[in-house]
Design a protein around this ligand. Structure first.
Ligand SMILES: C[S@@+](CC[C@H](N)C(=O)[O-])C[C@H]1O[C@@H](n2cnc3c(N)ncnc32)[C@H](O)[C@@H]1O
Ligand code: SF4
Ligand code: SF4
Length: 357
């Protein structure tokens, strides 16, 4: 069986050692490290930003010297990939190029999630990235201005074009689309898909936004529109809608309960050095495990606080959306038995994402 979707959660089956260690109650080093190079200030002002970043906040920059030292150790302990994400916007870090080059030289897989306004800053090494995902979220300038609250739409489009002209493999470039009340009609999504085709990027991926209020019915309709476009345009571009559970949870059709150990697959280093329990507890004080500016990552990751939280954490108290839920399902349901990793292969396009959990 070939996995063609880079977001297919079955990719955890390629990390048997880590999964087995987790099952035995151990704490392995994470397969992926999400690194926030920047926090607080952003050059966009997306009204929905889950990290509340904006152009009026104070900028927090990752200390590159300390970060690189910690990353070197994590690589030796088995961590395989670094995802530059946020926090805020990774391309705002003045040392982005040097940091990225060092991460590549250490042997890591590397990916970046960005608004794309300053992506030309890594143009010279972009071909060494496993993926470059640009959060465009609209097929026209008007919607972008409304949702990102920025005038940079055409700059981003030119930058995407620039990456491809510079020789970056288009299959490594993806455009993501957060489905919001303002952009989720069929015609909006179609415009975006057609734009992505004209830009020759490798894929588009749709996700439901996490908002306080989001109408369940509109989520169902959005999913129907995406499926329709997938049927219409799948010969021209790869279209993904992330994992099904994300949409089911968004429309309240699924509940979850019990412990969470899948957080162990992905570690996070915030821009101020803090290591949170998991992605969604980035800014919650009680879930801060420690700070890499003061302590070794390993001591934090294997420390008492992490152990205690792993015992106490209950998934029912978490947000509806969490990628760890998708991994949890794969790891616990009977599907696992029919999905032995040796039978699964990645298609060439999606292989690059296998270490990004
Ligand atoms: C916080 S941003 C940081 C990286 C970069 N600034 C960007 O926008 O791509 C990381 C991802 O979170 C997504 N995001 C932001 N707010 C969200 C929300 N309320 N619900 C779901 N995803 C959200 C963005 O669309 C983006 O793809
Ligand atoms: S570009 Fe990213 S970090 Fe900046 S406001 Fe938008 S979602 Fe938040
Ligand atoms: S289920 Fe909860 S504890 Fe587990 S990774 Fe997701 S948000 Fe974190």
């Amino acid at each position: 069986m070939k996995i063609t979707n880079p977001f297919d959660p079955r990719k955890i089956l390629f990390h048997k050692e880590t999964i087995n260690a987790i099952k035995q109650g151990l704490i392995p080093y994470p397969v992926t490290l999400e690194v926030d190079l920047v926090d607080g200030f952003c050059n966009n002002n997306c009204y929905y930003c889950c990290f509340k970043c904006s152009s009026i906040n104070k900028i927090i920059l990752q200390n590159d010297r300390i970060l690189l030292k910690k990353l070197k150790n994590c690589y030796k302990q088995g961590t395989k990939a670094v995802e530059l994400v946020g926090g805020s916007e990774p391309t705002l870090h003045p040392e982005l190029l040097t940091i990225s080059k060092s991460i590549i030289d250490m042997g890591y897989d590397i990916g970046i999630v960005t608004n794309g306004v300053l992506i030309h800053r890594i143009q010279s090494i972009a071909k060494y990235f496993n993926f470059i995902r640009i959060s465009l979220d609209s097929g026209n300038e008007k919607v972008y201005r409304k949702t990102h609250r920025s005038n940079a739409y055409m700059t981003v489009i030119r930058n995407i074009d620039g990456l491809i002209s510079y020789g970056v493999n288009p299959n490594k470039i993806g455009l993501s689309y957060l489905c919001l009340p303002e952009n989720s009609h069929y015609k909006d999504i179609k415009e975006f898909v057609k734009l992505a085709i004209s830009l020759c990027v490798g894929y588009v991926v749709f996700r439901p936004a996490v908002l306080h209020k989001y109408c369940n019915e509109s989520i169902g309709n959005t999913l129907i529109s995406i499926r329709r476009l997938k049927r219409e345009y799948s010969k021209k571009i790869r279209i993904f809608y992330s994992y099904k559970n994300r949409w089911l949870r968004a429309s309240n059709q699924m509940s979850k309960s019990g412990e969470c150990k899948m957080s162990l697959l992905t570690g996070i280093i915030q821009a101020d050095g803090r290591v949170p329990f998991c992605n969604l507890y980035r800014k919650v004080k009680n879930y801060n495990l420690g700070n890499v500016y003061k302590k070794d990552f390993g001591k934090i990751w294997l420390g008492q606080k992490h152990k205690k939280l792993l015992t106490d954490m209950r998934r029912e108290h978490c947000s509806k959306f969490c990628k760890a839920d998708d991994y949890w399902d794969i790891n616990t349901t009977k599907r696992r038995n029919t999905l032995k990793s040796r039978k699964i292969q990645f298609s060439n396009f999606s292989k690059a994402h296998r270490n990004f959990l």
